[in-house]
Design a protein around this ligand. Structure first.
Ligand SMILES: NC(=O)c1ccc[n+]([C@@H]2O[C@H](COP(=O)([O-])OP(=O)(O)OC[C@H]3O[C@@H](n4cnc5c(N)ncnc54)[C@H](OP(=O)(O)O)[C@@H]3O)[C@@H](O)[C@H]2O)c1
Length: 295
């Protein structure tokens, strides 16, 4: 079924996902703070809205895919914000990793307007987004999930259903807490080995031959070897994810000391000027700390 879709946020993940909605034949209107990022979609027949409100008004489904909870507020709130364009019976789907507090707060404000809210954070990379192979953690009312399902299918390989938006947001934080610990542990181990004279390529090869091997280490290990840190998933976003996990832990009375340490390391990486580098560059920070050879 062809739907009228509004899509706000055309970054690394949002642009290919919105483009897949266009390719699936939906009537797509987009908005991005930096309008030039809409050029490709507009050149292929997508429409460009002047404001978030215009992008959201009169659509069957409205998606947001922005950096964090502050960016989400910026696109939703105010007289030109997307919420102002949404009407009773509409459905808002947030693909951002914006945390549990945002899921609760946006859900409440949407409900006040009679708008259904789904939190649908993404598992997967830029390449997976381009190939419509991401997994979506979709939380919210069953009726809203059914309404959104055809569009969600067009952009993903797998949908994991949860009954509450906040549970989808929390699930994503749990997954990225594991990912953060893996990437920080990997960088630390590479620098430990390299500072004692082990070549990086050999370290990656042997970790991959061990019971602890992982596709993550294979992909990120190659980037460390090549010292190619162009962002697939930026360190600043990864730091934000650990911060959001810390907030959830505090709200829920859970202890998360490993997550806290990982967050500190990622914050150090941001402070060192690596915020817009790929998460693989955590290893580069460790290598600098150890004054280790990078080859
Ligand atoms: N990259 C990944 O591998 C990956 C994987 C899974 C989940 N995620 C999550 O998906 C979300 C999007 O990630 P991404 O990699 O696409 O991020 P990104 O490339 O940094 O894009 C961020 C988007 O948010 C917009 N934005 C930021 N601040 C804004 C503000 N104050 N007002 C309006 N728009 C604002 C940006 O607009 P401009 O273009 O104007 O800057 C851009 O459209 C994040 O929550 C991220 O954690 C990412």
């Amino acid at each position: 079924m062809r739907m009228r879709i509004g899509f706000l946020g055309l970054g690394t993940m949002g642009e290919p996902i919105a483009n897949n909605l266009r390719k699936a034949g939906h009537d797509l209107t987009v908005w991005n703070r930096t309008a030039a990022k809409a050029d490709h979609i507009v050149s292929k027949g997508g429409k460009l809205a002047r404001t978030p409100r215009e992008c959201a008004a009169g659509r069957d489904l409205v998606f947001t895919c922005v950096s964090d909870e502050k960016a989400l507020e910026a696109v939703l709130e105010g007289p030109d914000g997307a919420l102002a364009g949404l009407a009773k019976g509409d459905t808002l789907v947030d693909l951002s990793t914006a945390g549990t507090r945002a899921a609760r707060s946006v859900g409440t404000r949407a409900a006040d307007r009679g708008v259904a809210f789904l939190a649908a954070p993404i598992l997967g990379s830029k390449t997976a987004a381009e190939q419509a192979q991401v997994t979506l953690l979709v939380g919210g009312a069953a009726s809203a999930r059914e309404k959104a399902r055809p569009a969600l299918h067009a952009v993903s390989a797998r949908i994991i259903d949860l009954d509450e938006a906040v549970h989808a947001a929390l699930m994503k934080l749990c997954v990225n807490a594991v990912g953060g610990a893996m990437i920080a542990g990997f960088g630390e181990a590479l620098a430990l080995g390299a500072s004692g004279g082990l070549p990086i390529w050999k370290l990656v090869e042997v970790i991959q031959a061990s019971p602890f091997h992982s596709p993550l280490f294979l992909v990120k290990g190659e980037l460390v070897e090549k010292q190619d840190y162009s962002a697939r998933f930026a360190i600043a976003l990864a730091e934000k994810d650990q911060r959001l996990a810390q907030e959830a832990a505090a709200d829920q009375g859970a202890k998360a000391p490993i997550n806290e340490a990982v967050r500190r390391i990622l914050a150090d990486a941001v402070e060192s000027g690596r915020g817009d580098h790929d998460v693989a560059a955590v290893a580069d920070l460790y290598l600098d700390w150890a004054k280790a050879k990078k080859k």
